[in-house]
Design a binder for this molecule. Structure first.
Ligand SMILES: NC(=O)c1ccc[n+]([C@@H]2O[C@H](COP(=O)([O-])OP(=O)(O)OC[C@H]3O[C@@H](n4cnc5c(N)ncnc54)[C@H](O)[C@@H]3O)[C@@H](O)[C@H]2O)c1
Length: 254
């Protein structure tokens, strides 16, 4: 598998799977644009990728909730590397965790301040929507491209407390991905959603049950994405792919 001469944008790239994807993609010869709000960590990650001397990396400070910043990331990608072949929307997470909401102080869904949920819906759903709108102009011109959305088992299961997260992820898994695929096909653009169960970007995810009795290694998720992006994955389109150790199939057995 090689991505020499190809360019990917990865959001949420200062941490977890967004970073791991960027590292993998550059190791396989591709150029990568790392987008995140965490400036210090982002610059360090970009430096480390470039020091390896394989694919090239640039960092763009980009809050995915801000359409102007999203367009700037797209423009910097095109100005630096000439194309956008892969757009990978990793930035996300459940707002009550990412915003450090204290459960004791805000015990139930209606008690949580609405701006916490605004943040969650904006990062998890609007961010990928904004990026789809922005990069589609470039991909349409190229007549090629792949957009990868990252869903979640929680988009399938729901969550009676952190409701922004399943609401947004289900939007990616069942609405946005199919819609992009419908529009994009005439221009050779594909869109696929990859929806993990628990992934060990955080140790606590080991507590979430699966039929296989373990959480995923982050690399297992990235390997699937790389396959979809590779020559071997070209017929995969408009679909949500669960990669969850069988949790979705488990019903009451988990
Ligand atoms: N870890 C899991 O178990 C799991 C399971 C299913 C789905 N997912 C999804 O996979 C994706 C990556 O998860 P992870 O655990 O690797 O993430 P992570 O928490 O390690 O990293 C998230 C990154 O997003 C960045 N970010 C936050 N707000 C942003 C914004 N407004 N604009 C740009 N960047 C922003 C953060 O700075 C951070 O670097 C997320 O969308 C998550 O919902 C994760």
């Amino acid at each position: 598998m090689a991505f020499t001469g190809k360019t990917a944008i990865s959001t949420g790239a200062a941490s977890g799977m967004g970073l791991l994807f960027a590292q993998n993609f550059a190791n396989l010869g591709g150029n990568v644009v790392l987008c995140d709000v965490n400036k210090e960590v982002l610059n360090k990650c970009v430096g480390e990728i470039n020091a390896k001397g394989k694919g090239k990396a640039i960092g763009v400070i980009c809050d995915v909730r801000d359409y102007q910043q999203v367009c700037r990331a797209r423009d910097e990608a095109v100005e630096t590397f000439g194309s956008i072949d892969f757009m990978c929307n990793f930035a996300g997470g459940t707002a009550v965790r990412m915003q450090n909401v204290e459960r004791e102080k805000y015990p139930e869904f209606p008690d949580v301040p609405i701006d916490v949920f605004d943040w969650g819906i904006d990062v998890n759903l609007k961010g990928p929507f904004y990026f789809a709108h922005a990069v589609m102009k470039q991909m349409r011109e190229q007549k090629s491209g792949l957009i990868i959305n990252i869903g979640s088992i929680t988009g399938q299961e729901g969550d009676g407390y952190g409701m922004d997260y399943p609401t947004s992820k289900a939007g990616l898994m069942f609405g946005l991905t199919k819609s992009i695929a419908q529009y994009g096909a005439q221009y050779g653009i594909r869109c696929v959603c990859v929806s993990p169960g628990p992934v060990l970007t955080r140790a606590a995810m080991a507590n979430m049950k699966t039929l296989l009795g373990r959480a995923a290694e982050p690399q297992e998720i990235i390997d699937l994405i790389l396959f979809i992006a590779s020559d071997k994955g070209q017929f995969i389109n408009g679909e949500n792919i669960m990669i969850d150790g069988g949790r979705n199939a488990a019903g009451r057995r988990c």
